[in-house]
Design a protein around this ligand. Structure first.
Ligand code: CMX
Length: 132
């Protein structure tokens, strides 16, 4: 687990959130990408060395739609950069963490990703991500 790669924030209206975060961070969104397999459109911002990912649902069964319905907008996940996602997944599964996918999936921003169930991490959805 090398560093926090980004924070994911669930938003209802991506355009409105992009405008607000551009103003907050005093810099524009540098990348916008739809990830069909996850049911999301994402918009990325940089704040110094750190990254923020805004996430909006693209359909009603998207994890983001469900999250907002239940908890409202806000921090959705914390993503950690890893060098070798498969070996980290194996290590974490052996240590009792609940992995939400058995194989790495392709996520936004050219990454292989895997999520850990928030019930196994004190209520925080954790993402592992490795550069492709
Ligand atoms: N953070 C913290 N808790 C969360 C959560 C989140 N992001 N999403 C759901 N939960 C909580 C729910 O509130 C619920 O808690 P209670 O039982 O206390 O009410 C519990 O987790 C529900 O768990 P569940 O019934 O097993 O599953 P859900 O149908 O609610 O789905 C989750 C939750 C995490 C398994 C699902 O959202 C998932 O698979 N997420 C991974 C994929 C994803 O989030 N993709 C979108 C981002 C993609 C990207 O970053 O590009």
């Amino acid at each position: 687990m090398e560093k926090i790669e980004h924070l994911g924030i669930a938003v209802r209206d991506l355009e409105k959130a992009k405008t607000l975060y551009s103003s907050l961070l005093n810099t524009g969104c540098y990348k916008e990408e739809e990830v069909k397999s996850q049911g999301v459109t994402t918009a990325f911002f940089k704040s110094g060395p750190n990254k923020i990912e805004l996430l909006a649902a693209t359909n009603d069964s998207s994890p983001i739609a469900k999250f907002i319905e239940k908890k409202g907008e806000g921090i959705h996940h914390v993503a950690f950069a890893v060098d070798d996602i498969r070996s980290e997944m194996k290590r974490l599964a052996q240590d009792g963490f609940v992995l939400l996918n058995e194989e790495p999936q392709i996520g936004a921003d050219n990454k292989l990703i895997c999520f850990l169930h928030p019930k196994s991490t004190h209520g925080v959805l954790i993402e592992l991500c490795q550069d492709i």
